[in-house]
Design a protein around this ligand. Structure first.
Ligand SMILES: *Cc1c(COP(=O)(O)O)cnc(C)c1O
Ligand code: SF4
Length: 343
């Protein structure tokens, strides 16, 4: 077993536990504190402060404790640690890599694909992933929640070709149970909607967020509910995550995973095989493996397409077909995600 920091006493089996909201409030930390906690030398990370100012460091205890001590190249650490490479300009990398701003129909509603719309329910996330394609997203102008979703709901009501609403963000599960309930209830009154999808990283970042209340609300919805989680590495899935994911699965929620292919984090065949197996043990099927969106500050994570296609062939020769994710790229203006082999 690799050594990790022990969970703070408030997170351990000893009661009382602190609420997920309190855990969330404590998630913003400085790079220096993070490195000190993990027994690492700041010199190994170059000038990380500039990157912290551009997009701050944020990681809850529950995730932090899955990072191995004294391991500068830990695959979970690399996803969250501010690094000087983020400040280097790179050709073709920009601040809105997938054309989100152009496809926004009303504030906070993206309608790019037939039959489904995506709602930016909140700007907040429980964790800041350094490769995030929305790291420069103008959330201030694009947050549906500010207007109680009225414009977005109106838009959906007017278009009966929309069957599915995707709650995204930020991370929709940072919203309170009350807010989510209110939004879902309003959506349930729109007759042409049949599917509700939630895109959230919280099941693997802050598993305590998956409260019984939330599970009950989702399972009692008239919608066919799908939760797409976001895990990039098998080490993100430990007992605590398996427990909440199983709970969701038993409540009838479909569980899928989307991951981003990231150099140094999950680009090896062994990483991907371990991830698919860990997901399946938790009742989750791999859905998409995204080629990195060219967002400014993330170029050092890029895996080229040929290497990525080889990786998928490698997975196909080792795993059942249902454990092989679809390798896709998001191209602005296309009417779906684009499979990598068609590029
Ligand atoms: C990725 C995405 C979706 C979902 O696409 P699926 O192929 O259905 O998973 C929907 N809307 C937007 C705006 C997206 O970016
Ligand atoms: S959780 Fe998702 S939206 Fe939030 S920073 Fe990570 S990748 Fe971006």
């Amino acid at each position: 077993m690799p050594k990790t920091i022990p969970l703070n006493s408030f997170n351990s089996a000893s009661k009382p536990q602190i609420s997920w909201q309190q855990q969330l409030a404590q998630a913003a930390i400085t790079p220096q504190t993070l490195l000190k906690t993990l027994g690492l030398d700041p010199n190994e990370f170059g000038s990380f402060l500039g990157a912290h100012k551009q997009f701050s460091l944020k990681v809850p205890q529950a995730y932090l404790h899955k990072i191995q001590l004294d391991t500068p190249d830990d695959p979970l650490l690399l996803q969250i640690m501010t690094q000087s490479q983020e400040l280097l300009p790179a050709d073709g990398y920009n601040t809105d890599p997938v054309g989100d701003i152009d496809s926004s129909q009303t504030p906070g509603l993206l309608h790019k694909y037939h039959g489904r719309v995506l709602l930016i329910t909140t700007a907040a996330c429980a964790i800041h992933c350094r490769y995030c394609f929305r790291r420069h997203f103008p959330y201030q102008q694009q947050q549906a929640a500010r207007d109680d979703w009225q414009d977005a709901l109106e838009y959906i009501k007017q278009d009966s070709s929309i069957e599915e609403v995707i709650l995204s963000g930020g991370d929709p599960l940072v919203l309170s149970d009350g807010k989510l309930d209110s939004l879902i209830s309003q959506l349930e009154t729109i007759p042409h909607l049949s599917r509700l999808r939630i895109h959230s990283r919280l099941p693997v970042v802050l598993p305590d967020r998956i409260t019984d209340n939330l599970v009950n609300r989702l399972s009692s919805s008239r919608f066919n509910v799908c939760l797409v989680i976001h895990a990039n590495h098998a080490n993100e899935i430990t007992k605590a995550e398996v427990k909440v994911l199983r709970k969701l699965q038993y409540a009838g929620i479909h569980l899928l995973n989307q991951a981003v292919l990231l150099k140094g984090i999950n680009h090896r065949l062994s990483d991907q095989i371990a991830l698919s197996n860990a997901l399946y043990s938790a009742g989750v099927l791999p859905y998409y493996l995204h080629l990195l969106d060219p967002v400014q500050g993330a170029a050092h994570f890029e895996v080229d397409e040929i290497e990525a296609s080889k990786l998928i062939s490698g997975m196909r020769s080792k795993l059942p077909g249902f454990l092989v994710p679809r390798l896709v790229r998001e191209i602005a203006g296309e009417d779906s995600k684009t499979p990598a082999n068609e590029l």
